[in-house]
Structures are given as structure tokens and as C-alpha cells.
Ligand binder design. Structure first.
Ligand SMILES: C[S@@+](CC[C@H](N)C(=O)[O-])C[C@H]1O[C@@H](n2cnc3c(N)ncnc32)[C@H](O)[C@@H]1O
Length: 237
């Protein structure tokens, strides 16, 4: 799965980010099973929404795409990693495409829900803005954006990244670190959001307003440590 190793320089090349995910999904990497705790929160997030078209933006191995299909949604899955899409196609073969969150291959207003679980905190500041504008574009006027990102209240995880990585001087609370994935060292980026940061980022870059924000803790990530996330729901009303 990988171990964090000390980083001395930042690769400016955005391909480094793709390389990281290709490497992860080219190995025995497992995102994790859907726990009872996951099931409860994932179900409650769409409780008052009539099933329609959903985008699982950064779908990884397809576990959550499959979960929402089970609840009656028609789910499309996109991911930066071809290896992830190959893995996803084994459990949920329809409507998968390898593409970036920063440039989605769908027409305007196509989705009732855009869902994105633990993806946006892996993007650079510039790419997060592009990706949010894309969400706004593909979401229909009555649509809902539901996503989760790493929380800056998780000081334990931040300390770990701080000690091994380099803070991005242009993006407070963002760390670049090296990960040794089965002998190959690849670089990853992680942004930790404060509550104010999440709300400001989405409301500045889209026409959406945050209607709900909650904290969520689970054992996750490369070492299955307890980590803290924000879960955000945003709509246009
Ligand atoms: C922590 S995994 C979560 C996967 C999935 N959402 C889940 O929870 O099961 C993050 C995912 O985001 C994808 N990803 C990272 N950067 C991306 C980008 N710029 N565009 C699309 N997908 C991206 C990765 O390949 C990976 O599958």
C-alpha cells in the first residue's frame, strides 16, 4: 500500500499526481470496505433526493458508485487513473471514463447529484478551483453537490504530513510528500481544510451555497489511521 518517506523537493509537474494514483491502483491498494458507518452516512446524504443521474467524481475502484447504484441511482464514474477505472469496471462496468475532475466530459446541467468522496483535498489550489467550476457546470439548477475532504482539525494527521513533507507556500495547509509504493517513490499532495476554508472555496468558485456541513471520522488513508473529514452538501437555493 505504501509508506510515507521524507520529501526534499516538490515536483511541479502535474503528471506526478496522476503517477501517484496510477501507481496506487496498479498495486494491491484497497481503498477499504464500505462499513456500516459508511452505509449510514452515504444513505442519509441522499435521503431526501429522488434518485436520478449521479456523477461519482474520482470514483477510484468503484465501491461507492456501486453502492449508489444499489440505491437506484444511475451513476457515472470518472477518475484520473486508468488503473482505477480498470478496477472499477470489474464491479460496476457501466458509464466509466478516465478523465480529470478539472475537465469533465459531460454536457452542462447533466447531473442531479455530483458526489465526490476524498478527492478534492488531493488537488492543487488552481485545480480545485477548476474542478469546482466543472461541478457547477455539470450540475442541473436544482442539483446537489455532496463531497468529503480532509479536515484541518485533524492535527494528528497534519503533524505527520508536516514532519515528512513540504508545505506549499502558495496554499496554506497543503503538504507534498513522497510515498514509497511497493518500491517506487511517487509524490502526493494533501490539502487540509478548515471549516471556513471549505465554505469560502466553494461559495467563491461556484454559484452553490453550503446547506450542510458536518464532521466525520473514520480509519482511512494509506495506513488506516483515524482521520477527520468534512462532509459538505451544497445547492443553488
Ligand atoms: C482516496 S481515493 C477515493 C476514491 C473513491 N472516491 C472512494 O472513496 O472510494 C481518491 C481518488 O481520487 C482520484 N483522483 C485524484 N485526483 C484526481 C483528479 N484530478 N481527477 C479525477 N480523479 C482524481 C484518485 O485516482 C482516487 O481514485
Amino acid at each position: 500500500m505504501g509508506i510515507l518517506v521524507k520529501t526534499n523537493s516538490i515536483k511541479k509537474d502535474e503528471n506526478a499526481r496522476k503517477e501517484y494514483w496510477e501507481q496506487q491502483f496498479g498495486t494491491s491498494y484497497k481503498i477499504g470496505n464500505i462499513t456500516e458507518q459508511n452505509r449510514e452516512i452515504l444513505t442519509s446524504l441522499v435521503k431526501n433526493i429522488k434518485p436520478g443521474k449521479m456523477l461519482d467524481n474520482g470514483c477510484g475502484d468503484g465501491r461507492l458508485k456501486k453502492f449508489y447504484e444499489g440505491l437506484g441511482w444511475k451513476v457515472y464514474g470518472t477518475d484520473i487513473s486508468e488503473n482505477a477505472i480498470i478496477q472499477a469496471s470489474k464491479i460496476t462496468p457501466l458509464n466509466l471514463v478516465c478523465s480529470l475532475s478539472e475537465s469533465l466530459p459531460f454536457k452542462d446541467s447533466f447531473f442531479d447529484v455530483v458526489f465526490s468522496w476524498r478527492v478534492f483535498h488531493s488537488l492543487s489550489l488552481e485545480n480545485r478551483k477548476k474542478a469546482l467550476k466543472e461541478v457547477d457546470r455539470v450540475l442541473n439548477p436544482k442539483g446537489t453537490f455532496i463531497y468529503s475532504v480532509q479536515s484541518a482539525e485533524d492535527t494528528h494527521t497534519i503533524e505527520k504530513y508536516k514532519s515528512m513533507g513540504i508545505e506549499d507556500s502558495h496554499d496554506e495547509n497543503s503538504y507534498v510528500s513522497n510515498m514509497d509504493v511497493e518500491g517506487k517513490v511517487v509524490q502526493r499532495l494533501k490539502h487540509f481544510y478548515t471549516r471556513e476554508d471549505v465554505i469560502a472555496e466553494i461559495e467563491t468558485n461556484t454559484n452553490l451555497k453550503v446547506v450542510d456541513i458536518q464532521t466525520y471520522e473514520e480509519k482511512s488513508g494509506w495506513n488506516k489511521d483515524n482521520q477527520m473529514y468534512w462532509i459538505i452538501k451544497a445547492t443553488r437555493q
